[in-house]
Design a protein around this ligand. Structure first.
Ligand SMILES: Nc1nc2c(ncn2[C@@H]2O[C@H](COP(=O)(O)OP(=O)(O)OP(=O)(O)O)[C@@H](O)[C@H]2O)c(=O)[nH]1
Ligand SMILES: [Mg+2]
Length: 333
């Protein structure tokens, strides 16, 4: 069963491929940490989550000077509401109550420091391999943003002069190949595709072979998304992974799991299942722009020991950022 919301008047490819609306938005993606544009954009897109946070803080702290049980309880509730996760929320509250803080103003900066240290731990892990072509297998349940993220990643890579090849190994969903072709064209990447219902592992194999023959720097493999609880999907993905490794030992160099931030805590159980089946090496969290549940980033970093590599903050080609813990905390508070 497919849970994707369909737009009756548009093809799926059109629905999933919004065009940049202004010249400013058509510009190349900003390099993280380099421009203040990165932070400005992040702040803007995280506004829903930030509103939950800051409005919540203001309400809790209004007129209060001392830290008491009521205040801590309200704070705990706020943290849980923004999807930080019960365990992480409890840990943070425990940190506050066991600290020597007596002044409410200091709570915010303590929280900021604690959250930063949670986010920094898994995010700082270096990328695993620099071999060429670098093969990235992209997985996730349906509708999380796999194809879109591939388009955005391909665009980033080609913009920096890399030769990118995309494999259309989602042969399950109607219009998936068409959608990917549009992204490949926009990103100026090559694409390897078979016809619908073809064996996804065969597509992946051909793509990796073509990438080696043509001297590509990067291969991005799009895969089907069905319910993660369905055994078939996991078996299919395992087969793709095995097949790739037969062609290039050590590949895929990255198994990138795409999680949808709007699904909240559900993302965690998806991650655990995919990790058990495939060994996930990195995460991308999409749709942070459309949710007040951005606290899920903290939950993910504290629970899963898998680096969060990218965040999706919009539907357009430039709306993917490399995750930066410091900037994220800055944007959150
Ligand atoms: N607002 C927002 N929308 C996003 C983001 N990433 C993806 N989307 C949208 O989410 C929808 C699904 O994206 P897809 O890339 O088609 O997802 P998928 O995982 O490939 O879906 P399946 O192929 O059906 O499994 C599309 O409408 C995208 O435009 C994001 O960061 N922010
Ligand atoms: Mg897709």
């Amino acid at each position: 069963m497919i849970f994707r919301k369909s737009n009756k008047n548009k093809s799926q490819a059109e629905t999933a491929l919004p065009l940049a609306s202004s010249d400013e938005e058509k510009s190349q993606p900003a390099e993280p940490n380099e421009s203040s544009g990165y932070l400005r954009r992040l702040k803007d897109r995280l506004s829903k989550t930030r509103k939950t946070f800051s409005d919540g803080f203001d309400k809790i702290f209004a007129g209060k000077k001392q830290i008491d049980d009521d205040l801590l309880e309200e704070l705990e509730e706020l943290l849980i509401t923004s999807d930080i996760g019960v365990q992480t929320a409890l840990t943070l509250i425990e940190k506050i109550s066991s600290s020597k803080i007596t002044d409410v103003d200091q709570i915010k900066s303590l929280l900021k420091d604690e959250i930063l240290s949670i986010l920094q731990a898994p995010a700082s892990e270096p990328e695993r391999s620099m071999s060429s072509p670098r093969v990235i297998m992209v997985v996730g349940v349906n509708g999380t943003g796999k194809t879109t993220t591939i388009g955005k990643l391909a665009a980033k890579a080609t913009a920096s002069g890399k030769k990118v090849l995309i494999a259309a190994a989602d042969t399950f969903r109607a219009a998936a190949i068409e959608q990917l072709m549009i992204w490949a064209e926009r990103a100026q990447a090559e694409i390897v595709k078979h016809k619908e219902t073809a064996d996804p592992a065969a597509v992946a194999f051909d793509a990796v072979e073509a990438a080696s023959a043509r001297g590509a720097d990067m291969v991005l493999i799009d895969t089907a998304g069905r319910l993660h609880t369905k055994v078939n999907l996991m078996e299919e993905l395992k087969k793709i992974k095995r097949t790739i490794s037969k062609k290039i030992p050590g590949a895929p160099h990255e198994v990138l799991l795409i999680l949808d931030a709007t699904t909240g805590q559900n993302a965690l159980s998806q991650a655990q299942l995919f990790n058990d089946a495939l060994g996930i090496t990195a995460l991308a969290l999409t749709k942070l722009d459309g949710t007040a549940k951005g606290g899920i980033v903290i939950s993910i970093c504290s629970t899963l020991k898998i680096p969060l590599r990218y965040i999706g903050i919009g539907e357009k080609i430039e709306d993917l950022q490399e995750f930066d813990a410091t900037q994220f905390v800055e944007a959150l508070f």
